[in-house]
Design a binder for this molecule. Structure first.
Ligand code: SAM
Length: 209
């Protein structure tokens, strides 16, 4: 599948088929460079972490290797099987959950960090309110939400859905305060220089009530 362009009528992809039939365009096989950068900068401290749509697990493994207590949820059985294999091969302890994260989020406890590479930029097209409801349930005041999302600003045939800064601020600013919002690149096996993206670190405010 190509990453679909932004569209309010976007079809829900058959996620598992993307993994079974080909190598998806987001499947770089290594941890996101921007995640590694943020960890190297010490912007995130080891904490209980929920990853939304972990794919084949390279970022979950990276977080676990940096001391994070990771719960990684994924609805594609094929992707999750590969993620488990990757974690085992690299000796990373991760709680993997094969589930619809919207269902999982109804019963799991709040996390100190929610991490999402490429989940928000798809879900906002069809399920923004549901995603915000999920984020509210799985965080508490003081929790962080770190998102990597495709950005407007370059013509990128076959790239990820693109989100403008204004839309991102308006949508996620309903729940979170922005700690940083900066451009980065998202790696892809289809394009050596990757795609323009947002690195967005947010914190849920403590309103003191
Ligand atoms: C764009 S991919 C990103 C995967 C991974 N984060 C990465 O960067 O390689 C989005 C992922 O979310 C998963 N996904 C989509 N809807 C989901 C849902 N409702 N619950 C759990 N995972 C879901 C898909 O199967 C897919 O692996």
């Amino acid at each position: 599948m190509s990453h679909s362009p932004e569209s309010k009528t976007a079809e829900v992809p058959d996620w598992d088929a993307q993994y079974r039939l080909s190598r998806p365009p987001w499947e770089s096989g290594v941890a996101a460079g921007e995640l590694v950068r943020v960890l190297d900068e010490g912007l995130l401290r080891p904490s209980t972490t929920l990853e939304l749509g972990c794919g084949t697990g390279a970022d979950a493994v990276c977080l676990a290797q940096h001391g994070f207590d990771v719960t990684a949820v994924e609805s594609s059985p094929t992707a999750l099987e590969r993620a488990r294999g990757r974690a085992q091969a690299q000796g990373a302890l991760i709680q993997f959950v094969l589930d619809d994260v919207f269902e999982f989020g109804r019963t799991c406890g709040p996390f100190e960090l929610v991490y999402d590479a490429g989940f928000y930029h798809f879900m906002r097209q069809t399920d923004l309110e549901r995603l915000l409801d999920l984020l509210w349930r799985v965080t508490r005041p003081g929790s962080y939400y770190f998102v990597l999302a495709g950005s407007t600003g370059e013509t990128a045939e076959g790239g990820p859905p693109q989100v403008s800064e204004d839309d991102l601020r308006m949508e996620l600013g309903r729940l979170f305060q922005f700690v940083h919002l900066r451009p980065c690149r998202m790696e892809s096996p289809r394009r050596a220089r990757g795609y323009l993206a947002w690195s967005c670190l947010m914190q849920r405010p403590d309103l003191g009530v």
